[in-house]
Design a protein around this ligand. Structure first.
Ligand code: AMP
Length: 289
């Protein structure tokens, strides 16, 4: 696998492939790769002739109190895993390559991509500026790599919809392909941040998925007391040892508007949650139809 660090190098590699008529897929990541990331690479290998993974811990999407400095970084291991999967290239730029003006804070940027509405609820309500950081860096990556398709995990379902909307509204010719969440055997969604969990927290963590499943099952069975189902679920998480629940809510699969009535279930709903175990914030979501 080719490891490329400069924008010129990845551009000319992809240009060469596309001139040869090959379809190119990109898998954007922040590294610390696990089986969830690798399932995106697998999906990309199935749908494309050439696959580029990117690793860049994007400072724009972290808030001041977030874990940017301690975010796990192990490029050598990541590169080995990608190579073993059959990934064709890794684009791993330095911060200076991505931000030649030395600006790494969104507030100082001259150009920011902002998707409205979809970014207002769920994680957007608790992480101000986070999605602007995501869309701005993904727009840059798409401009740099110029892929035909890009693969994103349903684990970050809101992010997936926001990026799809960005491409649609800005006529960015990249097909955004969703990939199902990969879980540990006890149901916990794989995440680079799971490394932060203490053994005790790791023991409690799968309850997030179980609770979401419980809410989804009640909804599909025709539960008409959504408010009390959700507040019971919140209470169950706190009672089990979650330190804070940012949200647990059922929302429309396309608009992410909160579901107030069962009628909307017909058009598709998912149950979403973000909850803290000590210093670690976990997110997850499951379909409810
Ligand atoms: P990250 O490195 O956390 O920015 O994630 C990079 C990509 O991997 C995003 O599209 C995520 O949604 C996706 N991803 C992360 N965890 C999982 C998982 N457990 N299953 C599937 N995709 C995942």
């Amino acid at each position: 696998m080719n490891v490329l660090r400069s924008i010129d190098d990845i551009r000319s590699q992809v240009r060469q492939w596309r001139q040869a008529g090959l379809r190119v897929g990109v898998v954007p990541t922040m590294g610390a790769l696990h089986k969830g990331h690798l399932s995106l690479v697998e999906a990309a290998l199935l749908g494309c002739d050439r696959v580029v993974a990117t690793i860049f811990v994007n400072p724009l999407q972290f808030g001041p109190a977030d874990d940017f400095r301690i975010y796990p970084r192990d490029e050598a291991t990541d590169a080995r895993k990608l190579d073993e999967k059959g990934c064709h290239a890794l684009f791993a730029p330095s911060e200076a390559e991505m931000f030649p003006d030395g600006i790494t804070a969104l507030k100082d940027f001259k150009t920011v991509v902002h998707v409205s509405q979809l970014t207002e609820g769920l994680c957007g309500a608790f992480r101000p500026g986070h999605f602007d950081g995501v869309t701005t860096i993904v727009a840059k990556l798409f401009g740099i790599v110029q892929p035909d398709a890009a693969y994103f995990g349903e684990k970050d379902y809101q992010q997936l919809l926001v990026i799809r909307r960005m491409c649609r509204d800005l006529n960015i010719p990249v097909e955004v392909v969703p990939v199902p969440t990969v879980r540990e055997s006890d149901g916990l969604a794989m995440s680079s941040r799971n490394q932060y969990l203490s053994p005790e927290e790791r023991h409690i963590a799968p309850l997030l998925y179980q609770t979401l499943r419980g809410v989804a099952e009640r909804l599909t069975a025709g539960d008409d007391k959504l408010d009390s189902t959700l507040s019971n679920a919140r209470r169950a998480l706190l009672d089990a040892g979650f330190t804070k629940v940012d949200y647990i809510t059922a929302a429309d699969v396309e608009t992410l508007e909160p579901l107030e009535s069962l009628k909307r279930l017909k058009s598709g709903a998912r149950v979403f949650a973000a909850a803290w175990l000590g210093q670690t914030r976990l997110i997850d979501n499951v379909p409810a139809t």
